[in-house]
Ligand binder design. Sequence first.
Ligand code: THU
Length: 160
Amino acid sequence: MKKIDFTASATIYDEVSQLSSEDQNLMNKAVEARQKAYAPYSKFNVGAALLLENGEIILGNNQENAAYPSGMCAERVAIWKAGSEYPGVKVKKIAITAASTTSKVDKPVGPCGACRQTLSEYEINQKEPMEVLFMGEVGKIVKTESLLSLLPFSFDSSYL
Ligand code: THU
């Protein structure tokens, strides 16, 4: 028997103004995307902004549906937009933010498991890490240097 330890590191910022100007700009775009979310059921608005290696910024937000499971998260809306409009163009980073209309979201909101899995496919294919930044509406911002650091033992094409 062998026990292994996972190591993942994240940098925690107290406020957006502490981020690099590139990261601040991306997070501000995620906020803009968040404000256009369609989340009448959960009232939990999420925005995502991707920075591509060609400088393009791709936005996405959650799109809910009266048939609840038919809705989609902001991160997957954004990554699929990027994958369909700019196939093969690397994603340098993704910024994510969430706010609720019923309470103040004051802690960083990380991407859900399904979004981590979806994003991991793109990070693996591009062979370069995708930075992930996330926050609530207010409060601290978490930044990780790669997506896969958020997803140990992930499933990928090597199993197929
Ligand atoms: N949501 C996202 O957009 N991204 C996540 O990573 C977590 C959850 C959305 C889905 C749903 O519209 C709402 O937040 C509440 O779960």
